[in-house]
Write a protein that binds this ligand. Structure first.
Ligand SMILES: Nc1ncnc2c1ncn2[C@@H]1O[C@H](COP(=O)(O)OP(=O)(O)OP(=O)(O)O)[C@@H](O)[C@H]1O
Length: 506
């Protein structure tokens, strides 16, 4: 029998129809993927399922009986748990405290003091029963992305979830960590837990799913079964049969490349980067890859002046720099597209237009007076370029879908007309169509003489876009390779060779 059935579900926000009469059924023990362009309605459907939003119309059945899922608590009682892209963990609490976040702490006999010993025993038993080996005594802020994901899964299993919703779970996981997650999903499935899997990474969707439901602009296009799954078929349904706009990669073998920056022996105070040596040239995309915890993000943050660091030498366009700071770097034409759009990229309560024009406010005001038409035109152009789905440029950013928020981050960065881009997972959460738009945009920028550092946890993406590839392992740069027919296995072999904690790959 179907575990969950959603019948004729519609949702309207103001005048915007986010979902239009959707039918979705979930069986016990199946992996059911939801795919679709940014803004297609996937998260809205999940939010209705988990009691965050109420549908404008439609019914929800649980094991064939109508249910009212009007609060998250009710969803939880049924056994529906969602693990969102933005982790629901308290960073300075340790694993154990986070595991007990929604539960009563066990008390000692005196009924006053917390029984930490019992808490630890319960947690260990839970870890053992699900075969999840993560440290629970360290603060979440010190955990790797995969440990955080597994911690949330463990918490969901403790709540006896019967449907586990994973929203872009591999977004910041390394290849090996993703494999671990997939084998764990397999275990959950064999125990009858249903998984709803949202991802723009179609290879993994095809690999793990029993069924795939495709949404486009709030409408259900089709539900495909395992034997029908291929990348071409899914893309065909997602794009309504229109071919993907594959712009050819422009070769950036330019005769004269300038050095945009060069760092020697960069190391951070906190030890996350121990020794980074590399240069960025004009006309190139430098792909940066490394296993989780390798120091990629921290290196970008240090170069941009967000993290205290030391170098033996740091030259930016030929000028020696001792202490970078973001203002100085922006003034020198550098821009950083950060991995965490909520904390660093966007002001969530502000409109798209205000977010995008914040860095260029001076250039669109005339003696203190804002030139509204100019502002509007500039923003419209960027929204068109990246196909931002919104009611207008005045819509509040927090109301946009995750992928559309990421597009606003990109538009904002581009408006400052930089010549050095530091991009940390710039295509995370964006759909496959926009992803190829972002890639070709960056290639065009390289062609114009700009330099791009491109960090991604998706190795195939790194190989697709990069002219050179820089590999990090445990805080050190370990290899710098021209991307001429490099293969994923070549790269992984180098990474695992240098990685002491994950061991040498088989
Ligand atoms: N709270 C809200 N207020 C107004 N509109 C909203 C709200 N939440 C979502 N929407 C709109 O509903 C539509 C569907 O958004 P949703 O987040 O469900 O898309 P999605 O398929 O999850 O996209 P993505 O792949 O980018 O995460 C979008 O047009 C979005 O702007």
């Amino acid at each position: 029998m179907e575990l969950l059935t959603m019948k004729n579900i519609s949702k309207v926000f103001g005048g915007n129809q986010a979902l239009d009469s959707i039918y979705l059924s979930i069986n016990p023990g199946e992996v059911h993927a939801l795919v679709g362009e940014n803004g297609a309605g996937k998260s809205t459907l999940i939010k209705i399922m988990t009691g965050v939003y109420q549908p404008t119309s439609g019914r929800i059945l649980w094991e064939g009986r109508p249910v009212d899922v009007s609060t998250p608590k009710e969803a939880q009682t049924l056994g529906i748990t969602a693990i969102h892209q933005d982790r629901q963990l308290v960073p300075h609490f340790n694993g154990l405290e986070n595991l007990f976040l929604n539960k009563k702490y066990p008390l000692k006999r005196n009924r006053i003091q917390i029984d930490w010993k019992k808490m630890k025993q319960e947690a260990e038993a839970l870890k053992n029963s699900w075969g999840i080996d993560i440290p629970l005594d360290v603060p979440v802020s010190d955990m790797t992305p995969s440990e955080r994901t597994l911690l949330e899964i463990l918490r969901a299993m403790d709540a006896e979830s019967r449907i586990l919703i994973l929203d872009e779970p591999t977004a910041s996981l390394s290849d090996k960590e993703s494999q671990l997650l997939f084998s764990f999903i397999e275990r959950l499935r064999s125990q009858g837990v249903a998984i709803i899997y949202i991802s723009h990474r179609l290879e993994e969707v095809i690999r793990i799913s029993d069924r795939v439901t495709v949404l486009t602009a709030g409408k259900l296009i089709t539900t495909l079964t395992k034997d029908q799954l291929s990348k071409e078929v899914i893309i065909h349904h997602m794009t309504d049969g229109k071919a993907l706009n594959h712009k050819k990669k422009i070769s950036s073998d330019q005769p004269k490349k300038r050095t945009l920056f060069q760092v020697e022996n960069l190391r951070t105070k906190d030890g996350r980067v121990k020794q980074a040596n590399f240069s960025l040239y004009s006309n190139e995309i430098l792909g940066v890859y490394g296993l989780a915890g390798s120091g990629r993000t921290e290196t970008l943050e240090s170069i941009f002046g967000l993290r205290p660091m030391k170098t033996d030498a740091f030259y930016l366009k030929g000028e020696a720099i001792t202490k970078p700071n973001p203002t100085m770097m922006i003034e020198n034409g550098m821009v950083m597209i950060s991995e965490n759009r909520h904390e660093e990229g966007l002001i969530m309560g502000n409109s798209i237009i205000h977010n995008m024009t914040l860095p260029i406010i001076n250039s669109i005001s005339n003696r203190g007076k804002m030139q509204r038409n100019k502002e509007q035109n500039i923003v419209d152009k960027e929204m068109n370029r990246f196909n931002v789905k919104a009611t207008s440029a005045n819509q509040t950013v927090s109301e946009l879908s995750g992928g559309n928020q990421q597009k606003v981050v990109l538009g904002k960065a581009l408006l400052s007309n930089p010549d050095i881009y530091l991009c940390d997972e710039p295509t995370q959460a964006v759909d496959i169509m926009t992803r190829s738009e972002i890639h070709s945009f960056l290639h065009q920028q390289a062609e114009l003489g700009k330099g791009i550092v491109f960090v991604s946890s998706d190795l195939n993406e790194i190989l697709e876009v990069s002219d050179r590839v820089l590999l990090f392992s445990e805080g050190e740069t370990v290899a710098e390779l021209e991307n001429k027919q490099l293969s994923p296995s070549q790269i992984l072999n180098i990474c695992y060779h240098y990685n002491r904690t994950e061991g040498v790959s088989e």
